[in-house]
Design a protein around this ligand. Structure first.
Ligand code: ATP
Ligand code: MG
Length: 462
């Protein structure tokens, strides 16, 4: 497991005192005793309802390497004045040592979507660390920052707020080279009194921008003027705008959205780019355009960014693709676990036929197609040719109906066949390796999503 911090580094960063921890290294950081990564440092945070200190013993029992606490001494505890401040210290340390290009994202809506679009683009270019979910508040941001590995070349962080003076300290922690404001709209209006008040609060992100950094601003809201004025007041000379409004730097033209796709032309510096997204909606085009602008600033080639965005937005279970583990030799996981019938099985296998493994074998995990009636066996057997043509090197089958396909394939071509997903999961955890391309597809009722979850957990970098 890669080391995130040595204990000495944790002690130096937090000014903490430790017992019985000599030589320990920290591989991950968690504030939830039920979700501990390898060699975890458990940080005991005082929340609104729960106090992490009540879970320190449990976390250490569950395998945490150490706990960062505000009170209570004992083995493997690192005592600091305040554990949340200690987490911020670790965040500052992770930021200070990092050579990554850092992007901060805030705005009234679209933060997570835009953060994920930027992550998608960066991941296509180099090792990327990004906030998970919407971890964007006073503990979420330091937690995400503290988890940034020293090897990351890009970092993307979401910052949220429910009142004034919340974004500023987060931005000063993250110190982005590029700050994105997705939009200004009437959310949390009560706390601000006016849209202008909301705009000023979003503009607090400028206070954290690194010298020479850039503000990337959506231009399709009436508060743009307030943001521009504030950026100038904060001495930010590099400002890039995007949107449908005339005169922005990244101009969205000719949007078309279909049931499950969107298309647009994006014009920048007189050049036109064809943007294709796997999700519908003008707002998705706007979020993706922010990602294009960021990609350009970060030196990611436009064709790489556009290709990455074409695969963006596929949801879990419906063709979502993930690269897990080391960038040099990742495991490609294609999650089709939500749905299967003969048409979608054939389509997915056809797509997989054109897919090469990053640096290993092509692996397919197929689960029963449910609700096919009396023709079920015949239809399952009929997938044989599609499997053959997909160039599958290892075939794993799950469910009783797959007996028909197993017979059609012949024993030697079936690596393993189990009746349930629960039986298959440990076999795959054991057999798969970095470099493999794995597609998992079956009807939702077969429960292959649990297999996908276990593969992701086993192979992702924490
Ligand atoms: N640019 C946008 N403009 C308007 N609506 C959007 C935009 N982007 C996303 N949305 C819609 O807003 C909802 C929330 O999107 P998203 O999760 O990206 O926002 P968020 O700012 O991260 O929210 P939160 O504050 O809950 O973290 C989604 O339903 C999405 O369809
Ligand atoms: Mg969010």
């Amino acid at each position: 497991m890669p080391v995130l911090f040595t204990v000495d580094e944790v002690l130096a960063a937090t000014q903490g005192r430790a017992q019985e921890l000599a030589g320990t290294s920290i591989g991950s950081i968690s504030i939830d005793s039920r979700e501990l990564g390898p060699d975890a440092l458990f940080v005991a945070i005082q929340g609104d309802r729960l106090d992490g200190h009540d879970f320190v013993a449990q976390a250490l029992d569950n395998g945490a390497a150490a706990a960062l606490v505000s009170r209570g001494e004992g083995p493997r505890r690192i005592l600091v004045g305040d554990a949340l401040e200690g987490l911020r210290d670790l965040a500052r340390a992770a930021r200070a040592r990092s050579r990554a290009l850092i992007v901060g994202v805030t705005g009234s809506v679209g933060k997570t979507t835009t953060k994920e679009a930027i992550r998608t683009v960066f991941e296509a270019a180099a090792e990327t660390h990004a906030s998970i979910k919407s971890f964007n508040n006073h503990w979420g941001v330091p937690l995400m920052l503290a988890r940034m590995p020293v090897s990351a070349q890009f970092g993307v962080f979401e910052m949220g707020m429910s009142g004034p003076d919340e974004i500023r300290p987060l931005a000063q922690l993250v110190r982005p080279h590029i700050a994105v404001i997705t939009t200004v709209a009437a959310a949390h209006l009560e706390a601000f009194g006016s849209l202008e008040g909301i705009a000023r609060a979003k503009a607090e992100i400028f206070a954290g921008i690194e010298p020479g950094g850039t503000a990337v601003l959506n231009g399709d809201h009436p508060q743009l003027g307030v943001l521009l004025e504030q950026a100038r007041a904060d001495g930010i000379s590099n400002i890039v705008t995007y949107g449908e409004a005339r005169g922005v730097d990244w101009q969205i033209l000719e949007i078309q959205t279909a049931a499950d796709k969107s298309f647009a032309t994006i014009e920048h510096n007189g050049e036109r780019h064809a943007l294709v997204l796997n999700v519908p909606g003008r707002h998705m085009v706007a979020n993706a355009t922010a990602a294009l602008a960021v990609a350009h600033l970060a030196g990611v080639a436009m064709d790489v960014a556009l290709r990455a965005l074409a695969g963006f937005g596929l949801q879990a279970g419906r063709g979502q693709r993930r690269l897990l583990g080391p960038v040099e030799k990742p495991l490609l996981l294609i999650d089709e676990s939500y749905n299967a019938n003969t048409a979608s099985m054939r389509a997915a296998l056809e797509v997989f036929a054109a897919q090469s493994a990053p640096d290993g074998r092509k692996v397919v995990v197929l689960g029963d197609m449910l609700e096919l009636g009396p023709q079920s066996a015949e239809l399952h057997a009929s997938l044989r040719d599609a499997v053959m043509e997909a160039g599958v090197e290892r075939l794993y089958l799950v469910g009783p109906a797959m007996t028909a396909l197993a017979a059609a394939m012949g024993r030697e071509r079936v690596t393993a066949h189990t009746q349930t997903a629960a039986e298959m999961a440990p076999i795959l955890r054991n057999d798969l390796a970095y470099g493999d391309a794995v597609m998992v597809k079956g009807s939702n009722g077969v429960g292959l999503s649990s297999i996908v979850g276990q593969i992701a957990k086993r192979f992702e970098r924490t």
